[in-house]
Design a protein around this ligand. Sequence first.
Ligand SMILES: [Zn+2]
Ligand SMILES: [Zn+2]
Length: 429
Amino acid sequence: MYLAPRGTIDILPEDQPYWLHVYDQIRRVTQLYDYQRIDIPAFEETGLYVRGVGEGTDIVDKEMYSFVDKGGRDITLRPEFTAGIMRSYIQNGMRTRPQPVKVYTTGPIFRYERVQAGRYRQHTQFDIECIGSSDPAVDLEVMSVAWQLFSELGFEGLSFQLNSTGCPDCRPGYIRKLVAYYEAHRGEVCEDCRRRLERNPLRLLDCKVESCQPIIAGAPQILDDLCSECAEHFGSLHGYLDGLGRAYAINHRLVRGLDYYTKTVFEVWAQGIGAQNAVCGGGRYDGLAQELEGEPTPGIGFGSGLERIVMLMKQQGVPVPGVPGPQVVLAYHGQPAKIRCLGLLTELREQGVRATMGFDDRSLKAQLRNANRLGATYALVLGDQELAADRIMLQDMVGDAPRETIELVRVLDELRTRLGVEAACNASA
Ligand SMILES: [Zn+2]
Ligand SMILES: [Zn+2]
């Protein structure tokens, strides 16, 4: 027996109402903010991610699904969306469109991660990117998309976690301070942190190891070292957030350890969802376009893992609209009745009635049991005798009305009336 690969899951039909609801809300909220959908390939040249996500990140160092294809090309399954979307922006000359270009997407991303609840090696991400503006009001707008989406998905006690990651002018000075501080504490930090100290010092602030926490708490903070431009950007964003009355907290540990990440970094946290509070994370990447050999172009975005969002919605008992089952199930006995039922089924569907029928010539009893399990409102039963009399039996599966026999020619009108289905307009009419 084959099993799904470790770190992957099937999203079964009974879970789909959550997914459809999440996708519906994503489409609705992104439309409110004037974001348009974009779709990009599920794999790209490996170099795009090495440059666009960066060496020194866990993604590039440990987590990519990379391979050489049959043409000898280095290929990687996308581990995130931002680099691919920026590649698309550059390749398709989107600079000439009205700026900023505001796009969103959803789809699978692939990371070889340690498997845990809500975290998979293939997972579905919702991602938005706003490219072509450096206005801090755009940061606010991107953050607001997340806020509105997650509050409409039923998450409570939302707050922003906010920091600045500086820029190539001011960050190096801060990193020197941070490194000097950690050099003085080298003996007290974990193995990983000693490695980060060499490779990607900003990531030191990410360490989850208990014994490193006091060191992090005492570390210098980047906000003290921002250049005037970065400080002004951060100050404006605060002002905008205050103006909207949005809850936010400065989180000094929130950083992105690469040169092309700049200024704003943020997460949205929700209450009551345990240790990992974040429902999404993102930030500004004003240096990314140049890193990918495009014209200097600012941008900001965020991503959110939807398997985890759905898991949290279930845990919190968030109600979602059900996906409707069939309104009518047809049961038949005998081949002539089966043929008539196949025709009737087509007519019902053309009239906008959700309908299905029993197959495999099973007993009427088995077919009706199945109709019940499917949650049908009505069952239609057609046997040889009814067919000979041009009639059909109609059974109410919800109420306790007795079974009726009605004329076959009337059955479509009758069901439409009872189900309140509007007569379908002919496409040509
Ligand atoms: Zn700066
Ligand atoms: Zn550590």
